[in-house]
Write a protein that binds this ligand. Structure first.
Ligand code: PLP
Length: 418
C-alpha cells in the first residue's frame, strides 16, 4: 500500500470512487453515463490545464519570438513528447497533431494513399471499421481504380488468421485495421496482421481510437506504419487528435493541408516545406488541446491501465451476466465479457434501439443507439441499428445494477407483458 493511501485511510485497492470526485459532471444528479466509447468525461486536471494555458501562456505558438509565444510553443512541443512516450514512438517528430482520428485517417489517405495506391492494387480493411476508416479508403480506391477488400469476423467477432491470410495478398498496398472495435469491443490481432501484411509488402495503418483509452499501446512493438487516435476518448478535450507515422514514411509524403506554419520558404511561384512534424500541421495549431491531452495522458497514467482493464472487466462481466437473464436481449460480439473492452452492443426483441435509448434516458441512463458509424458492420450482423452501453474505469457496479434494473423495464414501458 502506498504511504499516501495509508495516510488517507484507504485500502490497498483503488475503486472508481477514488476517481469520480475528479469528474464534476459525474456528481451531477443521478445520471449514469454509459456512452464512453463515443466520448469520455474530462477530469478537473484536464480542464485546469486548458484554463492555465489560456490564462498564463496564450499566444500563437511557433510564430512569435516573445516570451508568451515561446512559452506556448514549449508547452505544445512538450505535449508532443508526452504523446510520443505514451504510445512508444521513436521520436516526437513522428507525432502529428490533428483534430481527431477522422482527420488522421484522411491525412494518411490523401497524402499517402493517393500517391502510393495504383490501378489494380488492393486496400484491405475489415467490415468492423468505423466510417472514418472506411470512407477515406473508398475515396482512394475510387480515384485510383483499386479494390477495397473487407476482412470479416467469425461469430465471436474474431478476425481469424485464416481470414487475413487468405485476403491479404501481394496486391495489398495498404492494410488499415481498427485496433479495438467500437461495436464489438474486441481487440483485433493487429500485431499479427501487421507482420503478415509487411511480408506481403503492404503499409499498415491502425485506428487506435478505441484502444488508446483502454490498453497500453506501443507503436514500435505493433510495427504500425501509421497509428491514429482521438484525444476526447481518453479524457482530453475534443478537437485534438494524433497521427503517428514512421519518420521515413512521413518524410516522403506530400503535405495534406497547405498554408501558414507548414512552410520553410515561399516565393510567388513555389514553396518548400517545413521539417517534420510541422509539414503536416498547417495553420494555427490547437495548443490548448495538446496541453489538455498531455494532462489527460498523465491522469490516465496515474489511474493505470491495470486498474482500467480490471474495472472494465468487472463491470462488463456483471452487465453481460445480467443482460443474459433477459431472454429478449441479444448481445453482439464475443460471448466472453473479457473480450469487450467495456463495450456491450445489443438489441431487444420488438423495441427499436432509439426507443431503448429514450426510455433509458427518462431514467437518466445514457446509452448510444444507432449504427455507431459502422453501417457495413450493421449490415453484416443483420441489424439496422443497435444499442450500446460502454463503461470506463470511473463507472461502478452499482451503476451497472441500476442500468440492468431500468433495462428490464423497457419492454413494459413499450407495452409488452413479459
Ligand atoms: C474505432 C473508431 N475509429 C474512429 C472513430 C472516429 O473518431 P473521431 O470522431 O474522434 O474522429 C471512432 C469514434 O467513435 C471510433 O470509435
Amino acid at each position: 500500500m502506498s504511504k499516501e493511501r495509508k495516510k488517507a485511510g484507504k485500502s490497498d485497492y483503488m475503486t472508481p470512487e477514488d476517481f469520480r470526485k475528479d469528474f464534476p459532471i459525474l456528481g451531477k444528479g443521478d445520471y449514469i453515463y454509459f456512452d464512453n466509447a463515443a466520448t469520455s468525461q474530462r477530469p478537473t486536471a484536464v480542464v485546469d490545464a486548458i484554463k492555465d494555458f489560456y490564462e498564463n501562456s496564450n499566444a500563437n505558438p511557433l510564430r512569435g519570438l516573445y516570451d508568451w509565444s515561446v512559452d506556448a510553443t514549449e508547452r505544445y512541443e512538450h505535449a508532443r513528447q508526452v504523446v510520443a512516450d505514451f504510445i512508444g514512438a521513436a521520436s516526437a517528430e513522428e507525432i502529428i497533431f490533428t483534430r481527431n482520428t477522422t482527420e488522421s485517417m484522411n491525412l494518411v489517405a490523401y497524402s499517402y494513399g493517393l500517391s502510393n495506391v495504383n490501378e489494380g492494387d488492393e486496400v484491405v480493411i475489415t467490415v468492423m471499421e468505423h466510417h472514418s476508416n472506411i470512407l477515406p479508403w473508398q475515396m482512394v480506391c475510387r480515384e485510383k481504380k483499386a479494390k477495397l477488400i473487407y476482412l470479416e469476423p467469425d461469430e465471436e467477432g474474431v478476425i481469424t488468421e485464416a481470414e487475413y491470410k487468405s485476403k491479404i495478398t501481394d496486391k495489398a498496398k495498404i492494410v488499415s485495421i481498427g485496433h479495438v472495435s467500437n461495436v464489438f469491443g474486441i481487440t483485433n490481432p493487429v500485431k499479427e496482421i501487421a507482420a503478415y501484411a509487411h511480408e506481403k509488402g503492404a503499409t499498415v495503418v491502425m485506428d487506435g481510437a478505441q484502444a488508446a483509452p483502454h490498453i497500453p499501446v506501443n507503436v514500435q512493438e505493433l510495427d504500425a506504419d501509421f497509428y491514429a487516435l482521438s484525444g476526447h476518448k481518453l479524457m482530453a478535450p475534443m478537437g485534438i487528435g494524433v497521427l503517428y507515422g514512421k519518420k521515413a514514411i512521413l518524410e516522403n509524403m506530400k503535405p495534406f493541408l497547405t498554408g501558414g506554419e507548414m512552410i520553410e520558404y515561399v516565393t510567388r511561384e513555389d514553396a518548400t516545406y517545413a521539417e517534420l512534424p510541422h509539414k503536416f500541421e498547417a495553420g494555427t495549431v490547437n495548443a490548448a488541446g495538446a496541453v489538455g491531452l498531455e494532462a489527460a495522458i498523465k491522469y490516465l497514467q496515474k489511474v493505470g491501465f491495470d486498474f482500467i482493464s480490471k474495472q472494465e472487466e468487472k463491470l462488463t462481466v456483471r452487465m453481460m451476466e445480467g443482460m443474459k437473464k433477459l431472454s429478449y436481449i441479444k448481445i453482439y460480439g464475443s460471448s466472453d465479457p473479457k473480450k469487450h473492452s467495456g463495450i456491450v452492443t445489443f438489441t431487444m426483441d420488438g423495441v427499436h434501439p432509439h426507443d431503448i435509448s429514450s426510455v433509458l434516458n427518462d431514467d437518466h441512463v445514457c446509452v448510444r443507439a444507432g449504427h455507431h458509424c459502422a453501417q457495413p458492420l450493421m449490415q453484416f450482423i443483420g441489424a439496422g441499428s443497435t444499442a450500446r452501453a460502454s463503461v470506463y474505469f470511473y463507472n461502478t457496479e452499482e451503476e451497472v445494477d441500476r442500468f440492468l434494473e431500468h433495462l428490464s423495464k423497457v419492454r413494459a414501458v413499450m407495452g409488452y407483458e413479459d
